[in-house]
Design a protein. Structure first.
Length: 210
């Protein structure tokens, strides 16, 4: 993991030195949030999610952690939203999707309670936030008992599930991008599951929240 000057492209003397993969980063003013599978940054012990000083790369003292891989991160109002393979986020039970406070790193009360089918563990492959909404896509069937196969949207900061008909047969969804002001471009697999090594998109859909 490295940092570059945004104007000149010059490599900065900023070395975080994780002991394993960094899968995503979120830039939050004077701090940077790496997430991944690492458990150390240099000599500093950490658990897959950590805040570092944007100028020096030094790890900051927050409560942030995850029990397994953090695949994707996004800023959403006062939250840092994380998606991945974890079952605990900052020591709170969160099945692969949750949010922490951007200052303290403590888990916020929002619990999406994602569930996959066939006794598999759910996985979130992507999270994005815009228009006061957090979208999550992955290999899951429901959230809080509401059917949402592969994609779900939540209001920020209430965490309320955004109502609307769930998309059919898009599980597992693997990526999403804004498509205009009120739509989402979703990439998904027509077949397979999250354990497959082949996760190339095999289809696309445009979704609009109601």
């Amino acid at each position: 993991m490295a940092a570059f000057d945004a104007t000149t492209g010059r490599l900065l003397p900023w070395q975080v030195q994780p002991d394993n993969a960094v899968m995503d980063v979120a830039v939050d003013g004077d701090r940077v949030w790496p997430g991944g599978t690492f458990t150390r940054l240099g000599e500093q012990r950490c658990r897959r999610l950590v805040a570092v000083d944007a100028d020096t790369g030094a790890a900051l003292d927050t409560a942030a952690s995850a029990s397994d891989a953090v695949r994707r991160l996004c800023l959403a109002g006062p939250w840092l939203v994380a998606g991945g393979d974890f079952l605990r986020l900052s020591d709170a039970p969160r099945a692969c999707l949750g949010a922490i406070d951007r200052v303290s790193g403590e888990a916020v009360p929002w619990d999406p309670a994602l569930v996959a089918e066939q006794n598999r563990l759910p996985v979130v492959y992507a999270v994005r936030a815009w228009n006061d909404t957090v979208w999550a896509v992955g290999d899951f069937e429901s959230t809080g008992g509401h059917p949402r196969p592969g994609v779900a949207a939540f209001a920020v900061p209430s965490g309320a599930l955004i109502e609307g008909p769930p998309p059919a047969e898009l599980t597992p969804a693997i990526g999403l991008l804004p498509a205009g002001d009120h739509a989402v471009l979703l990439a998904y697999l027509a077949h397979g599951y999250h354990g497959s090594k082949d996760i190339a998109p095999r289809g696309y859909a445009i979704l609009t929240p109601s």
